[in-house]
Design a protein around this ligand. Structure first.
Ligand SMILES: [Mg+2]
Length: 231
């Protein structure tokens, strides 16, 4: 007879972090608000107007250059943009798991090994993991950029999370919003794949997604089916 304890060790689910378990938009909002408050205490510019300006640039698709632009507009030297960006990244974000992420983690933790495989600057990703209190809720976390520049979809990073979870790739289900980094990468590494469809995110190449979902609430049942285990 297979007990839950045995069972838990022979299958794994691996989640992407950004835009999968939480929405990055909240982090971005918090970063702009933090920097706007700092500029207010330094220069007396109302934080609300600076925030609205930064957020407006982000929404127009100019988030990457928002701090350069705000420095020009406020008459600050251009090199200040670097320190504003550092403040933005270092502020302790008030992040929250989506409700369906919270529920999927709760449901799967008992009967699956659970991992996180994330791209992005490892220092920044660690801040997010701490803010979301995820260390205590998963079995392994791999910061892919520490292994390979650019991280996913490099095959090595998928092999690493599978090894850290102690489960062969063929018994792992990779779940993420990026059709290339998460889905194509996971598929190439021999994992089953679930694409979490979000607006304006890269689609998976034909034949690489084993399932497509609109919400993580669908993941526990679909992942069990993909692994050939409907219990
Ligand atoms: Mg993502």
């Amino acid at each position: 007879m297979v007990t839950h304890a045995d069972h838990r060790d022979d299958r794994a689910v691996v989640f992407d972090l950004d835009e999968t378990l939480h929405r990055l938009r909240r982090f971005t909002v918090g970063g702009y608000a933090h920097v706007a408050r700092r500029l207010e205490s330094r220069m007396g510019r109302p934080a609300g107007s600076v925030f609205r300006r930064l957020w407006g640039m982000y929404r127009e698709g100019n988030g990457r250059t928002a701090y350069q632009s705000i420095c020009t507009e406020l008459g600050l030297p251009p090199e200040e943009a670097t320190s504003l960006l550092r403040d933005h990244r270092a502020h302790l974000p008030r992040l929250r798991l989506t409700r369906s992420a919270d529920e999927a983690l709760r449901q799967m933790r008992g009967t699956w090994r659970v991992g996180i495989l994330t791209n992005g600057m490892p220092g920044l990703q660690r801040i997010k993991v701490a803010a979301l209190d995820l260390d205590a809720r998963v079995d392994a976390i791999v910061y892919a950029d520490e292994l390979v520049a650019g991280g996913k979809p490099a095959l090595d990073v998928f092999a690493r999370i599978a090894a850290d979870l102690g489960v062969p790739p063929g018994r792992c289900v990779m779940v993420g919003d990026d059709g290339v980094a998460d889905v194509q990468g996971g598929h190439a590494a021999g994992m089953r794949t679930i694409w979490l469809r979000r607006p304006n995110r890269p689609s998976p190449p034909e034949g690489t997604a084993d399932a497509i979902v609109q919400s993580l609430a669908e993941v526990p049942a679909i992942a069990a089916r993909l692994i050939g285990d409907s219990r």
